[in-house]
Design a protein around this ligand. Structure first.
Ligand SMILES: *Cc1c(COP(=O)(O)O)cnc(C)c1O
Length: 386
């Protein structure tokens, strides 16, 4: 039985992406065509991010992007505002500390999006920060923070903004330029649906300037964003670029552009909303009260019931792998990832059918079927489309 994985990343990889990673390559260091490919890929990722800022693609998992942003911006003693309403949000404090900065946490309720009004009140009293970090979708709970209200507010105080949009970008609009995001971070294995291994970041002129103006040099080689800044113009990168990974990502980005960025996001919106409607109709509970990302849904499982045994059962009997969560949400929520190649109506419907049968097997009381309500929800929303 082939295992179907419905994690909030890594997501399924389409055949044309897998094939592209197998084509014969040249030496990317020496091949002008590679620099053209890299430059154009950056521009196209920028379109998905909603910015014409320079986009760098680096070899490394999504975490590398987070670390590179903090390493490149942080100098000893810098105060950094860490907006936290989840595990990734809080985690930025570790990167800031590791590079000598002093993180100041602004912690929000973990069941809701960060409240811009509370943040505004906080900033009125204290706004002496070099930059702020914010997670768009904090994946362990799936909470989505309102970039359009938070980032412009930080900008008003002259604070640079670093946004982790790893598990949202593509599926959710980021609008990096309009929102004033200085560094926007993404990764290959979430909604972009390329294999794990690449991180990409848009970097504003303001952020590059802050790096250039440092008094001390950046503590790291591969995490030094300045060393990649002019790679395309100078036809030189300090390290050999992972050409096969980049070709795969190129195809994955083409898949999104071919569908259309707005259509791609609309597909996520419909599926995300319909999944939530189905969960509520079934009598199960959503973990969050507000701020739902359309890329992942965290469902609360009744107390006293083992999520691990539910996940095991679905894996053994149906070859479906769903994910629990981590940290404070371990054994509290079950997560359904519905992003990128996994955000397909028929497939999500079959996932929900397996889940509903497994819940019945464990005698979890339910009021209505997940699959049926999901499909009804999708039908209603598709009818309303222009
Ligand atoms: C996936 C993800 C990352 C990358 O880290 P992993 O090692 O894949 O967990 C970073 N930030 C967010 C919000 C993510 O969802």
């Amino acid at each position: 039985m082939k295992t179907k994985v419905y994690f909030p990343g890594p997501t399924a990889v389409r055949e044309n992406v897998r094939n592209m990673r197998a084509v014969e390559t040249t030496n990317p260091d020496m091949d002008p065509a590679f620099y053209a490919l890299y430059g154009q890929l950056g521009k196209d990722i920028g379109r998905i991010f909603g910015t014409d800022d320079k986009v760098l693609v680096l070899s490394g998992e999504g975490i590398l992007g987070l670390e590179a942003a903090c390493a490149s911006l942080t100098e000893k003693g810098d105060r950094v505002l860490v907006l936290d309403n989840g595990i990734f949000g809080e985690g930025f404090a570790d990167f800031v500390r590791m590079y000598g900065g002093s993180p100041v946490l602004f912690s929000g309720d973990r069941r809701n999006a960060i409240d811009p009004e509370a943040l505004e009140e906080f900033l009125e009293k204290d706004h002496d920060f070099k930059y702020a970090t914010l997670v768009h979708c904090d994946t362990p709970s799936g909470v989505l923070n309102p970039l359009d209200r938070i980032c412009p507010l930080l900008k008003r105080y002259g604070i640079l903004t670093v946004v982790d949009a790893v598990s949202s970008s593509g599926g959710e609009p980021v609008d990096a330029k309009r929102n004033g995001i200085d560094i926007c971070l993404g990764a290959s294995q979430k909604a972009f649906s390329a294999p794990v291994g690449l991180t990409f970041l848009s970097v504003s002129e303001g952020a590059f300037e802050a790096m250039e103006k440092r008094e001390t040099s950046i503590a790291g080689y591969y995490v030094n964003l300045l060393s990649f800044r002019h790679g395309v113009e100078n036809q030189w990168f300090p390290y050999t670029m992972p050409v096969s990974d980049i070709l795969g990502l190129r195809q994955a980005v083409d898949n999104i552009l071919e569908e259309g960025i707005l259509a791609f996001q609309e597909r996520h919106r419909i599926i995300g909303e319909a999944v939530r409607q189905a969960v509520l109709a079934s009598g199960l509970h959503l973990h969050l009260e507000s701020g739902f990302s359309n890329t992942v849904t965290a469902v609360e499982i009744p107390a006293g019931f083992s999520i691990e045994s539910l996940i095991d059962h679905m894996h053994r009997e149906k070859g479906l792998l769903l994910s629990g969560s981590i940290g404070y949400l371990k054994n509290k929520v079950l997560r359904i990832g519905h992003m990128g190649e996994n955000a397909k109506v028929e497939e999500v419907a079959s996932v929900l059918k397996i889940l509903e049968e497994a819940l019945a097997h464990f005698e979890v009381p339910m009021e209505a079927g997940l699959r049926g309500h999901f499909l009804q929800g999708v039908g209603r929303m598709e009818k309303d489309l222009p």
